[in-house]
Design a protein around this ligand. Structure first.
Ligand SMILES: *Cc1c(COP(=O)(O)O)cnc(C)c1O
Length: 402
């Protein structure tokens, strides 16, 4: 019997939708023109780039298609937003961000601290991963060039009140950027109704290709290009456009928008069934994140007294792909920075396991996970020196489910 692969690591990357692949293929062959060229080859491709841009505009609820700047992905968009804000905000040299951001923001902030002496305020979160709003307000000042707070956290799915956070930044005259890589395509977004100045997104997190993403830059926001070169993307991102990628992310955006309500409802139901099923079948575990405000596809369950890596290996043997948090931090023995920031006890933070669903996830997938998890956890706890000494206090830490 061959194992059916069950992919529950969609916050790390998603499968490219076959319709996306199909739409991209001609742009590797006949439609190879450079959209900047002054001939028919270029013109045809230029039309496809415009269509891709409009499709992202629609998904984001942006007022104008030229507010969408294509980049190589989420990391580049995040980096470019911070650098541009510092370069384009005279008299302002501080950044306000949060402790639970993706490394694409945090590593750039650390780099700026070291190389430019930029003052960075890292705002904390509570036990459920919710931003400390008072600390955020206090950190903002007339020195703030930009506040950058993620729309949804990649490990827990916790959603931040970004529209409100943008208003608070605006009151201080600061720009507001959000890393929305995990939110775009999963939750409704209507940027023209908000004060959000910049937003990052990535193709491969929404069933599009890798190596393509975008930075939304609200019209009127001063922007300085990170790359120096040609005048592509209205001078905001030099380099010949990734035309197959742009076509692909455009189709991915359209599919995400068309299916959002239905897919979201279904993922949420499966996600809740997974969480409730795990909590019923397994002791000393709890759901992390904000149960009131989070992505429909993300379940992060912390199992006490076990190593997340060990859980993942045994799940992998069952054909199930999950994650211990962030693919970018795996390989280190430290629990994730997100779990630590939330104050999840050490004994549980190590056993935090993320199941991230997609529109392709089925009831049968969830049934299989629920069937194998109790055995996996029991086996590992039998081996754990801490577990044999008796239970812990983690379940009283955060009873997110009644
Ligand atoms: C994946 C991810 C990124 C990085 O995007 P890439 O396109 O892989 O560079 C940034 N932020 C968040 C929240 C992510 O989940």
């Amino acid at each position: 019997m061959t194992l059916r692969a069950i992919y529950l690591d969609n916050n790390a990357t998603t499968k490219v939708d076959p319709r996306v692949v199909e739409a991209m293929l001609p742009y590797f062959t006949e439609q190879f023109g450079n959209p900047s060229s002054m001939h028919a080859f270029g013109a045809k491709v230029g039309g496809a780039v415009k269509e891709g841009r409009e499709r992202l505009q629609a998904l984001l609820g942006a007022a104008h298609d030229h507010e969408v700047v294509f980049t190589s992905g989420g990391t580049e968009s995040d980096n470019a937003a911070l650098l541009s804000a510092l370069d384009a905000s005279p008299g302002r040299d501080e950044i306000v961000t949060s402790v639970v951001e993706h490394p694409a923001i945090l590593s750039m902030c650390e780099h700026l601290e070291k190389t430019r002496g930029t003052k960075v305020h890292y705002v904390g979160v509570d036990k459920q991963g919710r931003l400390d709003l008072d600390a955020y307000r206090t950190a903002l000042s007339d020195r703030t060039a930009i506040a950058s707070i993620m729309w949804a956290n990649n490990e827990t799915g916790t959603i931040n009140p970004v529209a409100e956070l943008a208003e608070m930044a605006k009151e201080k005259g600061a720009l507001f950027h959000t890393d929305a890589v995990q939110a775009v395509g999963k939750v409704p977004i209507d940027l023209k109704a908000t004060a959000i100045d910049m937003l990052s997104l990535s193709g491969h997190k929404l069933h599009g290709p890798k190596g393509i993403g975008a930075l939304y830059v609200k019209r009127g926001v001063r922007f300085k290009s990170m790359l120096k070169g040609g005048h592509q993307e209205r001078g905001r991102r030099a380099g010949t456009e990734n035309t197959p990628g742009i076509v692909g992310i455009g189709v991915a955006a359209k599919l995400a928008l068309d299916g959002m309500a239905e897919d979201g409802t279904r993922m949420e139901r499966l996600r809740d069934r997974l969480e409730k099923g795990l909590l019923q079948r397994i002791g000393s575990c709890f759901v992390t994140g904000d149960p009131m405000s989070r992505l429909p596809n993300t379940a992060n369950v912390a199992f006490e007294f076990i190593e997340g890596e060990a859980i993942l290996l045994l799940l992998n043997k069952e054909g199930i792909a999950a994650s211990s948090g962030s693919a970018c931090t795996s390989g280190s023995l430290e629990p994730s920075h997100v779990m630590r920031a939330m104050g999840v006890p050490y004994t549980a933070a190590h056993g935090a396991t993320r199941f991230s669903l997609s529109r392709e996830t089925t009831d049968a997938d969830i049934d299989h996970v629920l069937a194998v998890m109790p055995g996996i956890i029991a086996k590992l706890r039998d081996l754990s020196p801490f577990w044999s000494k008796g239970g812990g206090d983690a379940t009283s830490f955060q009873p997110t489910y009644a």
